[in-house]
Design a protein around this ligand. Structure first.
Ligand code: UDX
Length: 471
């Protein structure tokens, strides 16, 4: 056997401790482990506790026991992020991000040093850090490891960030008065409106902008970037990125076989809503969720609720207890839940894939988180888009303007109940164009994952590249 074939790479995977990052990282770990990698998967103590607690009543889909049972060499480790377990990381997001930059970095550094010194079998060969960590290159260099950056968002968002200087030179970065322009000078992006750039290129909090661009600077130093996207979805953008840096599109990194029990990395406990969904006709239920992080205003939630009342649609609405910055709990209009009791459910969290893949679900009102979009495509559910922050603004453009698999919930910044009802009606209409387009888009994702499909080939090529670098 060739020496190269005998190499068993050992990768240390370190996601940012948020749901939308832990999920794709978990599937990356399983994919690599099933192709012969040894994985050390590093969670923060707080994340580990939350996953363990969320699965304490049903252990069958617990990622920690799954790795052992399936024989995959995934070794879970946990390190402190520097805050006590009781610290509310969401309510104190800025403080938490500073901690992640400094204290967590120091803990990762110690952890890797000890791991390397312990001479594990096989030896550690690379670090795959979330591109939203600022220190991946520093740690990789210090311990002589291959530096892989994992970009969990679409390639379009990364390309925009990589070309921030161009935006600045043309007066399209930060606050400006050129919102009617069309930007057509970013390599690989044919045309984008300033309002569709990630919010960190627009009018975001200066500290957040500083943090994000530190991450981007670090990602640019990586030996290889892997992306949770698909070559055919963003082909010209990915080609342009590849001229700058080795970039492999290996997505979608989420479960794809919905008939099989999949493992879950939910940070919150879930309830099974299958029985409720079984009693609905196919394609009649709107699933509503704004992901794990964003805050909405009370006014927006009220208008959405009123729009749902007008539309008379059946729905499952995930309304996280911390959706409002204030943490206020009684958000819905008085009598809303009673009035919709025969056709709606308001829940704190759910297993999104279980809901989306149920035949009763016919539309998804989403904040356009990238994982939600990929999952919705895989389940052939067209979307009503209500982006809030970050890449979600760019993701909306891809879904509505480019791929035509969704509609806007409202004109940007102006949410009115009548318009909400009208757009929900559009997406739930079986003859809507987006419903036809999403079948094709799903095929594209499925083909990419199949043997010799683009994501499958890219993953193999990535693994070969890694082995070449180890030799
Ligand atoms: C954030 C960003 O918004 C997203 O664009 C970025 O790519 C990752 O970080 P988040 O806002 O949480 O993530 O949204 P999303 O990317 O959609 O990820 C949420 C994940 O939580 C999805 O995998 C979804 O399946 C899961 N989820 C959400 C549940 O399992 N249950 C729920 O009730 C809601």
């Amino acid at each position: 056997m060739e020496l190269k074939e005998q190499i068993q790479p050992h990768a240390v995977l370190i996601p940012v401790p948020f749901q939308g990052h832990i999920n794709p990282f978990t599937h990356l770990a399983m994919k690599l482990a099933s192709r012969g990698f040894t994985i050390t998967f590093v969670n923060t103590e707080s994340t580990h506790e939350r996953i363990a607690k969320a699965h304490s009543h049903k252990d069958d889909d617990n990622p920690f026991s799954h790795a052992e049972e399936s024989g995959l060499d995934i070794r879970y480790a946990r390190i402190s992020d520097g805050f006590p377990l009781s610290f509310d990381r969401r309510a104190n997001a800025s403080q938490f991000m500073i901690g992640l930059t400094h204290v967590f970095q120091a803990h990762v550094d110690d952890f890797i040093e000890n791991l390397v010194l312990s001479k594990p079998n096989p030896p550690v060969s690379c670090i795959i850090a979330d591109s939203f960590h600022v220190w991946g290159s520093m740690i990789a260099k210090k311990y002589n490891l291959i530096n892989v950056s994992f970009w969990t968002e679409p390639a379009t968002a990364l390309t925009v960030f990589y070309n921030a200087d161009l935006l600045k030179r043309n007066g399209h970065f930060g606050r400006h008065d050129k919102y009617d322009d069309t930007i057509s000078y970013i390599p690989g992006i044919q045309a984008i409106k300033p309002e569709d750039l990630p919010s960190y290129c627009q009018d975001a909090d200066p500290n957040d902008i500083k943090y994000v661009f530190k991450c981007i600077e670090d990602a640019q130093k990586a030996d290889i970037v892997i992306g949770n996207t698909v070559q055919e979805l963003e082909s010209s953008t990915i080609s342009a990125l590849q001229e700058q840096q080795p970039f492999y599109a290996i997505g979608p990194l989420c479960p794809t076989n919905f008939t099989k029990k999949t493992i879950s990395t939910n940070l919150l406990p879930t309830t099974d809503y299958t029985n409720w969904l079984n009693n609905r006709q196919d394609g009649t239920v709107l699933y509503i969720s704004f992901g794990s992080l964003v805050n909405l205003s009370k006014q927006d939630i009220l208008e959405i609720a009123q729009g749902i009342l007008i539309s008379k649609v059946s729905f499952i609405w995930v309304l996280r207890h911390n959706i409002l910055v204030s943490g206020e709990r009684n958000i819905l209009p008085l009598g809303f839940e009673e009035e919709t009791a025969d056709r709606g459910l308001v829940v704190p969290w759910c297993s999104q894939l279980a809901v989306l893949s149920h035949p009763a679900v016919g539309g998804f009102l989403t904040h356009c988180g990238w994982n939600s979009i990929l999952e919705s495509i895989l389940c052939k559910v067209p979307m009503v888009c209500f982006p809030v922050i970050g890449d979600q603004l760019t993701n909306r453009k891809l879904v509505v303007d480019d791929w035509r698999i969704g509609v806007n919930l409202c004109t940007r910044g102006l949410i009115r109940r009548e318009v909400v009802a009208e757009n929900i009606g559009k997406i739930m209409n079986r003859s809507d164009e987006s419903r036809k387009n999403i079948d094709k888009t799903k095929m594209l994702l499925q083909n990419a994952l199949s043997d010799e499909g683009s994501s499958d080939k890219n993953l193999n090529q990535f693994i070969q590249d890694m082995k070449n670098k180890i030799l």
